[in-house]
Write a protein that binds this ligand. Structure first.
Ligand code: MRU
Length: 333
């Protein structure tokens, strides 16, 4: 793993690298205020499904730092505030529910017990990332040119990453020749964050506009595609950053395998299929503006889903910490 840390808990405060400023500025948000951490999640200062879950768990614990008593209505208020930040990544709700189970099992020592649980969730994510990276080696049959979308590395998780960490481990094992990083419109997680992480990891790469992925495939420059996921339904339908579905369709046309890597905390057994997954819509400003500069008329209508759903039949395999799952998927068992 590289030297920077996305999420650290130091001196009873949460330290988050501000991802909206990367890669040009490395700045940190240090806070023990759950409201400030909620705003960080909303603004995507911290983002990526597992990283959102880990941050929310610490925020919920920190809410009891100066209020170290049983107070159910306060707990529910904080829980609801954190749960309202982003709707699609199920890791957020998974982590909050784990914290909830802990809270209702306590009679005293609320802060320290909730903090221990948040640390456990964080360590669990590190462990899952390590296992996923190892399990992902199986998808590489030769030294490969890989394309990925959005950001799925250390910045997106509590550990080494999901899809990114699979790529990194494979690179270290001599199985990756080159990485194409989709820029990932409109918030550019690919050109800003994945490029930053590929650079730090010493992996040869170039950034391409999302619309260049088809040409790269047509020219034989892509052997496989691997992305993360924000929520996976029990039939394998997978929600991930907008643009992922089009990649999977392109892969089918070009006969290129399309893989997902995600921890089991991203699987939502309550969703039978992708139709049950709630998709976040973001502010029109994210399309109308680039870095606060208006680039079109603000009165024009916009279409702003942050995620799309890739149907299971387009997914060659789903890598989790438990192994490489092949279709037909049934995550109900
Ligand atoms: O809106 P974001 O930046 O939080 O979206 C992140 C993604 O879509 C990632 O691909 C996903 O969370 C998987 S990350 C490990």
């Amino acid at each position: 793993m590289s030297s920077f840390k996305c999420i650290e808990f130091i001196d009873d405060k949460l330290k988050l690298i501000d991802q909206t400023k990367l890669p040009l500025i490395e700045e940190y948000i240090i806070s023990d205020d759950y409201e400030r951490i909620s705003v960080s999640i909303e603004r995507l200062e911290v983002r990526g499904a597992p990283a959102i879950g880990v941050s929310a768990a610490y925020a919920l614990a920190l809410a009891f730092k100066n209020n170290n008593v049983k107070d159910d209505s306060y707990f529910e208020k904080v829980y609801q505030r954190l749960a309202s930040t982003r709707p699609t990544a199920v890791n957020l709700f998974w982590a909050l529910d784990e914290m909830k189970k802990t809270y209702y099992s306590l009679t005293d020592n609320f802060y320290s017990s909730l903090l221990n649980k948040a640390v456990e969730i964080h360590n669990d994510d590190i462990d899952k990332c390590n296992k996923m990276a190892q399990n992902g080696l199986e998808i590489f049959t030769k030294k490969s040119k890989v394309l990925t979308h959005c950001n799925t590395g250390q910045l997106a998780t509590g550990g080494g990453g999901t899809a990114f960490y699979v790529i990194q481990k494979a690179f270290e094992n001599g199985l990756v020749e080159f990485v194409h990083a989709d820029e990932t419109r409109p918030l550019l997680q690919g050109s800003r964050l994945t490029a930053f992480e590929l650079d730090k990891a010493g992996i040869p790469f170039s950034i391409n506009s999302d619309s260049s992925a088809a040409v790269l495939m047509q020219k034989g420059e892509v052997d496989l595609v691997i992305t993360g996921a924000d929520r996976i339904a029990s039939n394998g339908d997978s929600a991930n950053k907008i643009g992922t579905y089009s990649l999977a369709v392109l892969c089918k046309h070009h006969n290129i395998p399309f893989y997902i890597a995600a921890p089991t905390s991203t699987i939502d057994k309550n969703c039978k299929s992708g139709n049950d997954i709630k998709i976040e819509f973001r502010s029109p400003d994210e399309l109308n503006k680039i870095k606060d500069v208006l680039i079109t008329k603000p009165e024009y209508k916009t279409y702003t889903p942050a995620f799309d759903v890739t149907p299971n039949e387009l997914i060659a395999g789903i890598i989790t910490e438990t192994g490489l799952h092949k279709p037909p998927y049934n995550f109900n068992v």
